[in-house]
Design a protein around this ligand. Sequence first.
Ligand SMILES: Cc1cc2nc3c(=O)[nH]c(=O)nc-3n(C[C@H](O)[C@H](O)[C@H](O)COP(=O)(O)OP(=O)(O)OC[C@H]3O[C@@H](n4cnc5c(N)ncnc54)[C@H](O)[C@@H]3O)c2cc1C
Length: 378
Amino acid sequence: MDLTYDARELEFRDELRTWLADNPAGELPAEEDSIYAWRRDFQRRLAAGGWAAVHWPREYGGRGATLTESAIFFEELARAGAPLPANALGLLLAGPTIMTWGTQEQKDRFLSPIVTADEIWCQGFSEPEAGSDFAALKTRAVKRGEEWIVTGQKVWTSGAQYSKWCMLVARTDTDAPKHKGLSYFLMDMEQEAVQVRPLRQITGESEFNELFIEEARIPDANLLGGAGNGWKVALTTLMNERAGLAFFLQVRLRQLLDRVLAEAAERDLLEDAAIAERLGELHLKAEVLRLTAYRGLTAIEKYGQPGPEGSLTKWMWSETNQQLTQFAADLFGPDALRAGNPWSYELLRARGNTIEGGTTEILKNIVAERVLGLPKAR
Ligand SMILES: Cc1cc2nc3c(=O)[nH]c(=O)nc-3n(C[C@H](O)[C@H](O)[C@H](O)COP(=O)(O)OP(=O)(O)OC[C@H]3O[C@@H](n4cnc5c(N)ncnc54)[C@H](O)[C@@H]3O)c2cc1C
């Protein structure tokens, strides 16, 4: 693909750069409790400036940005050191899924508060016994009159403690084959029947939660895409999961690598051939990642949907990020492992990278089957 931006794209980038320079996100708060509020306030400012949902159509409060402009948005956000908006799951997953499958009433009701961060969303897919094979989920929804009664358990639900709404996939037909008996609901989290218990992670923070659902009620009007269509609707959500993020993540990786380089230079470590070689390898991987992200964009532009490149970039990013943070810890010694040191946080948080948003093994299966045409694993 042509990697140079045209005049319109340059104008978009410059306008955004100016806005980000005039509206800095500020420093990451030290207290975990304040981080969410910081990200929500930043999203509100983005929304007021018309920048919160650049890839959404204008009629829903977006900017109607092209895919390339959307990639520029995520690159610039990361470059400015700004956080992902607090409602990232609403903007990247729930919104586009509702736009694809929702009725006009659902679009009118749900889309606008996503952009303004007035209503935060979480993704209730994974369960204790259904992660990679999420069609094996057991949470049940039974229709009673004009509503659905839901009982079950979800786990690893990021941001549930801040969320008003949950993209919930539940089993509505136990007789149908497992992929066909699912339905996709927009569940109100603010009810007694939904209990959220934060899970403490290795980093000490609680990004994700367990959800205990005991006869929660969901009006039929909040069923998305029709009963029994949950698998197809969920695929729309999953296809959107990796699209824009690749650009944000590749810039964040580049920034971390630049920090390692700068700190290594300060400590006079660059003359060591073994260290220089490792840094060279990581530089190469960061560049390959950037170019693969753009290749993914070309595939979407050509064929209208994400190709297997989405799996490649997620796989490459997560493994490279783990290698990079491990290398930083090796290089900077015990200092980098002390609690409160940013490198210790990066090292520990990177462990989840090869699990969240699809494990590396699952991504390798996708590449094996859909890129290399190898026989199905099972
Ligand atoms: C930081 C973080 C945030 C998350 N946020 C959310 C969220 O907001 N909402 C949500 O619904 N989920 C979320 N998840 C859950 C995530 O999607 C699951 O953890 C992931 O899909 C894997 O499922 P699992 O944990 O049940 O592992 P399993 O699916 O049980 O996998 C266990 C191991 O077996 C391997 N494996 C499984 N199947 C195969 C196969 N067919 N071939 C080869 N190897 C296989 C896996 O790669 C893995 O190594 C989050 C996870 C993390 C780490």
